[in-house]
Write a new protein. Structure first.
Lengths: 109, 113
């Protein structure tokens, strides 16, 4: 099967920058998605990468290297409300999304 | 407002009960999904429907029975569940099964006693 790996937990300070990594198996890759999920709420879409490079959207950026099977989500100017779980998901050809375990980010004052 | 609504938000049931979870999407999407989210585990895909036809069933026990009467509604019928089935059940939709991101509902928190 296609395993997606991410760190389980991360902690950062308000105003700082944090990078959440995600690695995946490359065979059949057809796009990578990042979702944010606050406790007790639905996951919400953050970003989509299908080509190599950086996609920037406000304080959030996502990077992809298809040859390395690697992506990261970069969060700048962290705010307390950014405390949430961040889910990395990969779409493979002929299959539906495969989700990683999620990274629980705690932002401290 | 996510465009995907689920009811009930919370459900407690005994192992002999029969209940149903409901999902409705207002986005005009063609694909709908049921996911199971358990503590400390990745989201698990249960069922996929495309234009009301089931296209994927990920080895889900028969005590879970999906129903998709039209492209906007999706049900998950539950009967004789086990305590290990306690989890958050998330409904999602996307434009098609091969394109677009997933839009999730708020989820139905199920507790089986």
């Amino acid at each position: 099967g296609q395993n997606i790996d991410q760190p389980t937990e991360m902690t950062a300070t308000e105003g700082a920058i944090v990078q959440i990594n995600c690695t995946y198996q490359t065979s059949g890759f057809n796009g990578l998605f990042w979702y944010q999920q606050h406790a007790g709420e639905a996951p919400t879409f953050l970003s989509y990468n299908v080509l190599d490079g950086l996609e920037e959207k406000g304080r959030f950026s996502s990077f992809l290297s298809r040859s390395k099977g690697y992506s990261y989500l970069l969060l700048k100017e962290l705010q307390m409300k950014d405390s949430a779980s961040y889910l990395c998901a990969v779409r493979y050809y002929g299959q539906n999304f495969v989700f990683g375990p999620g990274t629980r980010l705690s932002v401290l004052p | 407002e996510t465009g995907v609504t689920q009811t009930p938000r919370h459900l407690v049931m005994g192992m002999t009960n029969k209940k149903s979870l409901k999902c409705e999407q207002h986005l005009g999407h063609n694909a709908m999904y049921w996911y199971k989210q358990s503590a400390k585990k990745p989201l698990e895909l249960m069922f996929v429907y495309s234009l009301e036809e089931r296209v994927e069933n990920n080895s889900v026990p028969s005590r879970f029975s999906p129903e998709c009467p039209n492209s906007s509604h999706l049900f998950l019928h539950l009967h004789t569940l086990q305590p290990e089935d306690s989890a958050l059940y998330l409904c999602a939709s996307s434009q098609d099964t091969g394109s677009g991101e997933l839009f999730f509902g708020e989820g139905s928190r199920l507790t089986v006693l």
